[in-house]
Design a protein around this ligand. Structure first.
Ligand code: 6GU
Length: 226
C-alpha cells in the first residue's frame, strides 16, 4: 500500500518511524511519504490560508496549493481522506475498507478547514471521504491521520505479528472485548475468575461472550441497538 500525507507540519509524522514503520516487515508492506503543503505555494510568504468569504472567525486554507499538490499525488486507484470534525465518524468497518485499498492520500487541514471547493472538485473524479474521529474538536487533521493510519495498517496481512489477535478484540464482532488476565492468579486480593483456570474451552468461550455483552451494555449500549 502507498500512503501520501499532505500537511503544513511534516515533522509531526516523525513519530511514524518509531511506532508503526520502524519494523522492517512494515516498511515492505506500506510506503509512506510526507508532503509539505507550502512547497506548492508561489508567494514569498508561502501562505496557505486566507480570511473566509462571508466573514467569521479564523482562517480558511486556500484551494490552489491543495490543487497543485493533490493533482500530483492522486491516481486512478486513490482514496482521498480529509480529516474533519464535520466528516463521517471513523470506524473499524472503515479501517477494513481502507486496509483493502492500494493508495491512500490524507489532506490535513488546519485552522477552520480547507476551502470547500477542494473536496467538491476531487469528488468529481475520485473517492473522497471526509472523516472524523468523534464528537470533539482537534486543532487539525494530523492527530486524526495518525489514529486512522494505525487502525488501518494493523489490518494489513503481515503487519501485526499474530493475526489471531485481530479476531477477538473490541469492535471486530460489534461488541467490546472481554476482560483479560495473566499471572499471578491472585493479586492484591483480586482473583482471576475460576472458569479461566480450567481447560473447559466451551465454558470459557461462553463466559467471555457474556462478559463482552455485559461490558458493551454498560459502556456502549448504542452498539447493541442494531
Ligand atoms: Cl478528523 N479533525 C479535527 N480537526 N477535529 C476532529 C476530528 C478531525 N475528529 C474529531 N475532531
Amino acid at each position: 500500500m502507498k500512503v501520501d500525507i499532505v500537511t503544513i507540519f511534516p515533522t509531526f509524522f516523525d513519530v511514524l518511524d518509531v511506532s508503526l514503520l520502524g519494523k522492517a516487515a512494515a516498511t515492505k508492506l506500506v510506503d509512506v511519504a510526507i508532503h509539505d503543503l507550502r512547497d506548492a505555494t508561489t508567494d514569498v510568504h508561502k501562505s496557505v490560508d486566507d480570511t473566509p468569504y462571508g466573514g467569521g472567525a479564523g482562517m480558511v486554507m486556500k484551494p490552489e496549493p491543495w490543487g497543485v499538490t493533490l493533482d500530483g499525488l492522486l491516481g486512478d486507484d486513490s482514496i482521498l481522506l480529509v480529516p474533519s470534525p464535520a466528516g463521517v465518524v471513523f470506524s473499524q468497518d472503515m479501517a477494513r475498507e481502507l486496509a483493502a485499498g492500494s493508495h491512500l492520500v490524507f489532506a490535513c487541514g488546519r485552522y477552520e478547514g480547507i476551502d470547500s471547493r477542494v473536496v467538491e472538485h476531487y469528488q468529481q473524479t475520485h473517492r473522497v471521504i471526509e472523516v472524523s474521529l468523534g464528537d470533539y474538536v482537534l486543532n487539525g487533521g494530523e492527530v486524526a491521520v495518525l489514529a486512522i493510519l494505525e487502525a488501518t495498517l494493523r489490518l494489513i496481512p503481515g503487519f501485526v505479528g499474530n493475526p489471531e489477535s485481530l479476531v477477538e478484540e473490541s469492535h471486530e464482532a460489534g461488541l467490546l472485548e472481554y476482560p483479560s488476565y495473566t499471572k499471578p492468579r491472585s493479586w492484591r486480593g483480586l482473583d482471576v475468575p475460576e472458569v479461566l483456570l480450567g481447560g473447559n474451552h466451551e465454558a470459557i468461550r461462553q463466559w467471555r461472550y457474556e462478559r463482552s455483552l455485559e461490558r458493551t451494555k454498560r459502556a456502549r449500549p448504542d452498539l447493541l441497538e442494531d
